[in-house]
Design a protein around this ligand. Structure first.
Ligand code: MV4
Length: 508
């Protein structure tokens, strides 16, 4: 394996390009018309235009992506997360076109995408699942019968689901028939499949997931857990490793269950088994057959580069560790910095990145997908990048994150960073008292504070403001002068700023 097409954009495409470069693999980016100046385009060895900005005309165009793979002569395709990453037909098409798919087989993706099939296979393998059915409900009366047997409250879920669509909590038998019909209708509209099944409803669980790695030689290991309970409408906001609630025995039991789950579906590559944890017990929820946004916290506590190992196992290498050689060290926290206004209901914010100040120093990592001059629009996911900190203990990692967030600044779009800064100071978070209801239980975190007295901006003299503005203006002009981007150009500019001054950069 010598070259890889990255069928994605943003921070994950940048992350994969970095892994490729460290492994000596040629990286081939694809991009939409909205991403001509995006960092993944500037960083890759080669970049090819897919089409107009909408995903359906660019990053979701399987035919165009395979055309580029052939034209660029790559050996493998890495799907990243989102877009085509968990579409079994894409994995199949990549393999049939003669490229390696960096991920599990199409059959594994397919099996885990169907939640009732996943539950059936997990239960058969001895992995604990949430009590409930493994077959879709026949009708509303069937829902009443099964729910009464389980005991209320129950949760109706779409078999083809994920992400909370088609879910209905039902508190009593009288509400069952209507809830079943609503869930089924919603599932049909969202997934083209109205099948609904039922689980016992857990009221205040934590979301804890186990990271897995499998190779093509039957080796599977787990890399411990991530606590992902702090979320809003199924979008995770803060993740950490390890979880503040797991003791070594529960961690080992959950890890073993996850490895069993992976073996049951012949898992290859990096994957995650999601569990709900409540009152000391854990239950299988879903398996994610992709690299996840929050993978860096696991990398920081295990010292294992997950994206490099995705590529290495795709190339046929063996995992070099036995389970007991995987040791967890210290604590890591990730904040997802999005272009959303946390004080305005997390509404998406758009604009051109005029200025970007990134934190540094010990134990700080920025996995980003933006540069100065880049225009943040509404076509894609609002994730700008991830700020990740590591320290020997949880509280030190939290304080380090607070410090890093204080150094972080973006001008041009609103970001979620002020929200994250408030979470780092919130007592329940600091003491590890978490659940998936954390945000609704702490509404103050999404409200604006009164501005601090004596802020730096108040101390600047008018001539200092004018001098700063002039520098930024010139930098922005330079950053917006684009390099030649179509096909191999021999040049290798790294950022829009470098590109503008790169000896081989040419204007389009
Ligand atoms: C649950 C649950 C409570 N009880 N299942 C939400 C998305 C889907 N993937 C699974 N989800 C849930 N399943 C039972 N039996 C609560 C959720 C849930 C949730 C789970 C993980 C992370 C965030 C969540 C937010 C709301 C609800």
């Amino acid at each position: 394996m010598k070259s890889v097409l990255i069928a994605n954009r943003g921070e994950i495409a940048v992350r994969i390009i970095r892994a490729c470069r460290e492994l000596g693999l040629r990286s081939v980016a694809v991009y939409s018309e909205a991403d001509r100046l995006a960092p993944h385009v500037l960083l890759a060895d080669e970049a090819y235009l897919l089409g107009p900005a909408p995903s359906s005309e660019s990053y979701l165009r399987v035919d165009r992506i395979l055309d580029v793979a052939r034209a660029a002569g790559v050996d493998a395709v890495h799907p990243g997360y989102g877009f085509l990453a968990e579409r079994a037909p894409f994995a199949q098409a990549v393999a049939e076109a003669g490229f390696r798919f960096v991920g599990p087989s199409a059959a594994t993706i397919q099996a885990m995408g169907d939640k009732t099939e996943a539950r059936t296979r997990m239960a058969a393998a001895g992995v604990p699942i949430v009590p409930g059915t493994t077959e879709p409900l026949v009708d509303g009366d069937d829902a009443v019968r099964v729910a009464t047997e389980l005991g209320f409250p129950v949760l109706l879920k779409a078999a083809a689901g994920g992400g909370g669509k088609g879910m209905r909590v039902v508190e009593e038998p009288g509400a069952c028939v209507r809830a079943f019909e609503a869930a089924s209708r919603e599932a049909l509209a969202a997934f083209g499949d109205g099948s609904v099944y039922v689980e016992k409803y857990l009221g205040r669980p934590r979301h804890i997931e186990i990271q897995l790695l499998g190779d093509a030689h039957g080796n599977v290991i787990h890399l411990g857990e991530r606590e992902c309970s702090i979320q809003r409408r199924h979008q995770k906001l803060v993740e950490e490793a390890p979880s503040p609630v797991l003791d070594p025995a529960t961690r080992a039991a959950m890890g073993e269950a996850a490895v069993t789950a992976a073996r049951a579906v012949d898992y290859q590559g990096a994957g995650t088994v999601e569990f709900l944890w409540q009152d000391g017990a854990f239950y299988f929820l879903e398996m994610n057959t992709r690299i996840q946004v929050e993978h860096p916290v696991t990398e920081l506590v295990t010292g294992i580069d997950l994206v490099q190992w995705q590529l290495r196992v795709a190339a046929g290498e063996r995992l070099p560790w036995s389970q007991d050689q995987v040791q967890l060290r210290g604590h890591a926290i990730e904040c997802r910095i999005t272009s959303e206004d946390p004080e305005g209901g997390f509404l998406p914010s758009t604009g051109t990145i005029r200025h970007l100040e990134l934190p540094g120093g010990p134990g700080v990592r920025w996995d980003g997908g933006i540069t100065r001059g880049f225009e943040v629009g509404l076509h894609y996911d609002p994730l700008l990048g991830k700020l990740v900190t590591w320290a020997p203990t949880r509280i030190e990692a939290i304080d380090r994150m607070a410090r890093a967030l204080d150094e972080f600044a973006v001008d041009g779009v609103e970001t979620s960073a002020p929200f994250h800064r408030r979470v780092m100071a919130e007592p329940d978070f600091r003491e590890g008292r978490l659940s998936i209801r954390y945000l609704e239980e702490h509404p103050g975190l999404t409200e604006a504070e009164t501005p601090e007295e004596g802020a730096v901006s108040d101390r600047l003299r008018p001539e200092e403001v004018a001098a700063l503005a002039a520098v930024l203006e010139e930098e922005s002009r330079a950053a917006l002068r684009p390099p030649r981007l179509d096909g191999p150009d021999g040049g290798r500019p790294r950022t829009a700023w470098q590109a503008a001054f790169h000896p081989r950069a040419r204007d389009v």
